[in-house]
Design a protein around this ligand. Structure first.
Ligand code: CA
Length: 233
């Protein structure tokens, strides 16, 4: 049977040990990273089924890590947070986390939460079963391969710089709903200083993205005074 792979990003050794011990006894295959930077490498290599992120980490924090992960993967993410104010940020910025648990927590509760996320996620992915490879989304003549970070238009590979790729992915993920400029700015450029990027940055990238989409550009709709949405059919 496939063992679920769990990647825990936590810099406190005692907590690392406690988490590892408990999840391993529940049958999980557990990897531990003590900082965000090394966890990214492990995540890219191991493709975990779920990640638990501490927020206060030595260099890059858990929120920033989540933002980067979300540009690359749909892995379920659960935050461990020590402060209520952090929880507000997690929810407020809609970073795409699946759940959070406030420290100090009961290990039982954490196990239950993780189990619930896994079930939800597995049900969702098995419901989507088609004959194409997982991770590939097709919208008209646009084909996005999330595993390879590759976009094809009319079957031809197009080069998308990371921000344009992220923009396309976020719009696809919104599933036809409008994404405001502020949301896109926060999710894609959130870690860059305000004096360098603003909502016009989003508009500029949308314009570039449209050019690349060729005849499919009409799918990327401007909703006046609101933002952008991507129309599937
Ligand atoms: Ca910590």
């Amino acid at each position: 049977m496939h063992k679920r792979k769990l990647l825990i990003v936590e810099d406190e050794t005692d907590l690392q040990r406690l988490l590892r011990y408990n999840f391993e006894s529940q049958g999980y295959e557990v990897s531990v990273a003590k900082d965000a930077e090394s966890s990214l490498q492990i995540a890219r290599r191991q493709k975990p089924d779920l990640m638990i992120l501490d927020i206060m980490l030595p260099k890059m924090d858990g929120l920033e890590l989540c933002r980067i992960l979300r540009e690359e993967t749909d892995v379920p993410i659960l935050f461990l947070t020590a402060r209520k104010s952090e929880m507000d940020r997690i929810m407020g910025f809609r970073l795409g986390a699946d759940d959070y648990v406030i420290k100090p927590f009961s290990i039982r509760e954490l196990l239950v939460r993780v189990e619930a996320i896994m079930r939800r996620f597995e049900a969702k992915s098995s419901g989507k079963k088609t004959n194409k490879r997982p991770g590939v989304t097709v919208i008209g003549a646009i084909q996005i391969d999330g595993d390879r970070h590759e976009v094809k238009i009319n079957g031809r590979v197009k080069i998308f710089p990371p921000k344009e790729y992220a923009l396309l992915k976020h719009l696809i993920k919104a599933d036809g709903r409008v994404m405001t400029r502020e949301q896109l700015l926060e999710r894609i450029w959130g870690h860059e200083p305000d004096d360098i990027v603003d909502t016009r940055t989003v508009d500029q990238h949308v314009a570039r993205l449209r050019r690349k989409l060729g005849r499919e550009r009409t799918r990327l709709v401007t909703v006046t005074n609101e933002g952008y949405r991507l129309v599937a059919d």
